[in-house]
Design a protein around this ligand. Sequence first.
Ligand code: FAD
Length: 376
Amino acid sequence: MNKGKQILIIGAGLAGAVAARILAENDCQVTLLEQRGQVGGNCHDERSPDGITFHNYGPHIFHTNNREAWLFVNRFSAFRHYQHRVLSYVDGQMIPFPINRDSICQLYGLDLDIYGVADFLEKEVARSSFNNPPQNFRDVVVSQVGEILYEKFFHNYTYKQWETDPRELSAEIAGRIPVRQNRDDRYFTDRYQGIPEAGYTRLIENMLDHARIKVILDTDYLANRAAWDRGPFDLLIYTGKLDAYFDYAYGRLAYRSVKFEFLTLPVERYQPAGVVNYPNDYDFTRITEYKHLTGEKSALTVICREYPTADGVPCYVILNAENIGKRQAYLDHVQELEAAGSHLFAGRLAEYRYYNMDQVIVSVMEKLAAWMQAVS
Ligand SMILES: Cc1cc2nc3c(=O)[nH]c(=O)nc-3n(C[C@H](O)[C@H](O)[C@H](O)COP(=O)(O)OP(=O)(O)OC[C@H]3O[C@@H](n4cnc5c(N)ncnc54)[C@H](O)[C@@H]3O)c2cc1C
């Protein structure tokens, strides 16, 4: 029933590429517009002139518990079995992060077992002051680790990241911070984790490599939307910025951005883990050394320092009351368009929410399954 349906997709990031592939494999004819001269969106990666792969918009580790999403991406690249580890530079030491048993033992020179850690954290929390139930970011973290560890690992990092007192940030942002009483020092604990051996850009190029997908680069849909909207298209899938689609009718949705500073250094290894956080020192929040992620061998290395900024490429949604209100006003219109079956809004920009890569894939799969069912 989908045979020959004409689809216009805006954006060749992960959301647009997954949608294009699924629809092409369901006999639809897909035209995909991308404003940049390259595909991959925020997952884009490339090789330095010295042959070292780096991620242009911050370190991207694929991690999921969703088998379908994992099998889907594995069709387009083999994956390197990489388990991400992060250290935090605190009191002059590189401490495992998220906080676990080894973090506490190393920081305080203690030798605690799992029950000792539970007891330690309980006492730290008991002598701390915070709102209970937690009302903001600080409360959520202090209620789990106490004020001292909060100050050492979270306060300044969060301030740098958001340029806002953590007391004014929503509890929701901190909701997912893991604290472990065991020695598991992996950053993610999902069942499936890895880095595409071919790189994310190649993975997405492979996804788009289908006879029924036509990719048009360097083309901003919004700059000429009247012409594109004349179609004829059966469905438009939009993965660009939500407020821009509606011509900012309810005002701009704010984002926090990051300035990525890349350096090639004449050393084989710069730091002991893929990412080192710098909560209390320097102006950057963290340094990534990409060779840990990719496993590439070289006498040189590429690192990236991240400086959070107010302006620049949209990285993180700012979920304060003002933006949540605006988002809802836009989403009411989205709902009408989606109910009519003519449009779908998918991905981190079009839905104005933080999405991991696997969540983007699952969400696009679900939206398309519902659309295909409705039109069949
Ligand atoms: C610093 C950082 C680190 C991250 N690390 C991880 C990680 O480790 N693991 C993980 O799972 N996720 C991570 N993510 C999340 C991941 O980047 C996103 O889930 C994913 O990139 C979202 O894909 P998308 O297609 O929704 O959006 P995007 O990648 O932003 O793609 C949207 C595309 O649409 C194009 N576009 C927009 N407007 C128009 C227009 N008018 N006309 C034509 N084209 C248009 C854009 O140019 C872009 O290519 C990270 C995000 C950030 C910010």
